[in-house]
Design a protein around this ligand. Sequence first.
Ligand code: GLY
Length: 427
Amino acid sequence: MSVPQKDKLTVLTLGGGGREAALVRRFAACDSCGAQYAAPGNASTALFAGNISLDINDGEAVAVVCRLLAVDFLMIGPEAPLAAGVADTVRRLCPDTAVLGPGADGARLESSKAFAKAFMRRHGIPTAPATVVKADNIAEAKDLFARCEWPIVLKADGLCGGKGSIIVRDRKEAEQTLRRMLGGQFGDASRTVVIEDFLRGRECSVFVVTDGANHLVLPAARDYKRACDGDRGPNTGGMGAVSPVPGLTAEFLEKVEQRITLPTLAGLRAEGVAYRGILYLGLISVGGEPYVLEYNVRLGDPETAVVLPRTGGDVLRAFYDAACGRMESAYLPPSNDAAVAVIRAAEGYPGPVRNGLPVVVGALPQDAYVLLGGAVTGQDGALLTAAGRVATAVAVAPDIATAAARAARAAEAVAFAGAHNRTDIGR
Ligand code: GLY
């Protein structure tokens, strides 16, 4: 697409969680930011953007809004609209709107773990060996369980909000878990299961912004996926995040660039996928060598809350240039500060939670703020819970320990019935 350079951009961000709260806040601080809208948004996006009630998985409805509001830049936050092809529809119907996010073909890297494994095999990208199982080849899984080394990992093929990956420690647990998953534990998303070797090492997330040809790497982050302190309890969408990642070396990141990022982008091009968006590499370092645990096709939540405050420059302009296919000269200087995010969650999370509980935010420590990704403003102006991850407390400081202490205090300042958070994020 050929889009003229505009001084001020009208922006629509799709999504309504902490990630979108962080994006809208960061965009608002950019010179290129004009009018902002968010759909559906949340209590935090409402501070910087007009919230719009909209089915964000309906590409035609999103296209209508883009036309009505003369949106220059559409930022697609979550995976579901990407997998549903919203980017394709808006590109087709709204040539004046630049969209950051892959089409449904590129989104398969996240929406099908089996597809992603096969893609990595085709392009020689390091990842754990895996077997794909459905109800009709369950015998293959039983053979595997008879000879594998424990633990192993069972992953639902489709989208499960970060909860579809289960580590099993013996044959009995594996067979029971597999039966539950294939029987629809995660709906259709787990009718196909990827069984893979368990890799031991330190995890990190690397975020790449690309126009398909050029790319920029944003600051790396680590998220804390388990519900409880000490990395115990069930998997969640993420209970906190830190950036930079302690111990992550420039040498490791160069290996990621050469062995993973460049081959992935080249593989997409070779397969005819025009990928304009974010590529999120969920990585593990095994003896200093990077392996891909998963691809996602969007920014992470809560990682965005620590990545964006460490990303200098006009982030919005760089993202827009990527969406327009002209990011050759984009540069976003990383800051030397550290950022820590702590999720304040509702009782029961990651299971079902009660919404509509009043939320009060007390005094916050220096250089800390709260993103109310899982809260909405009620009719009388009161803040009410609206999701499991109610708030993301963020702090930026010269070092991780200071940022962690401030983020923890900021999380404690968010009060609602049943509120809780991990106390070991960044510690
Ligand atoms: N924090 C993990 C994710 O965004 O998928």
